[in-house]
Structure formats: C-alpha cells, structure tokens
Write a protein of this length. Sequence first.
Length: 101
Amino acid sequence: MAIQVQYYLLLSAAMFCIGLFGILTRRNALLFLMSVELMLNAANVNLVAFSFQYGNITGQVFSLFTMALAAAEVAVGIGIILVLYRNFKDVDVTKAATMRW
C-alpha cells in the first residue's frame, strides 16, 4: 500500500508556506537562508512526488539540480552573513541598507 501523491503535495505546500512565512517575517539572515532552503526542499518534494506518480526519473534529476543550486546558494549566503557580522556585529538584514563605502 503506497502513500498517495496528494499527501506529498500537502506536505510540500505546508513546507513552502512555512518557508514563505519565515522569509516575510524574520530579520535574521541565518533564518532567512533556512527559510529559502525550506522552500527549495518543498519544491524537491513536489518534483519527486510527480516523478513517482508518472513513473519517470525526470523529476528526480531536476531535484538533484535543485540541491546543487541550494548548495551554491548556501556558500554565497554564508559569505554575505560573514560580511554582515564583520561590519555590524549582528546578522540583522535591515542594517545592510545602511552599508556605505
């Protein structure tokens, strides 16, 4: 007895909404990056669920590309967070608007 695709889609929608809520309400850069990762993982769940439903491997391949994109995003994001912390001694993203040369 397999789990139906609708349950995966419901899980994915919940994960995406939690990630969107985190992006819209948080000011901490680390939590911002975690929310983006949660949204990307929700997309991965969708891709794998539809790949399972239709019996092809295309969704799983796209999911691997999305994971590679997420790894690159984390590498760039950690660099930005380190610069924020070095300049402001805080990782609040609203302070980045005051950055000047």
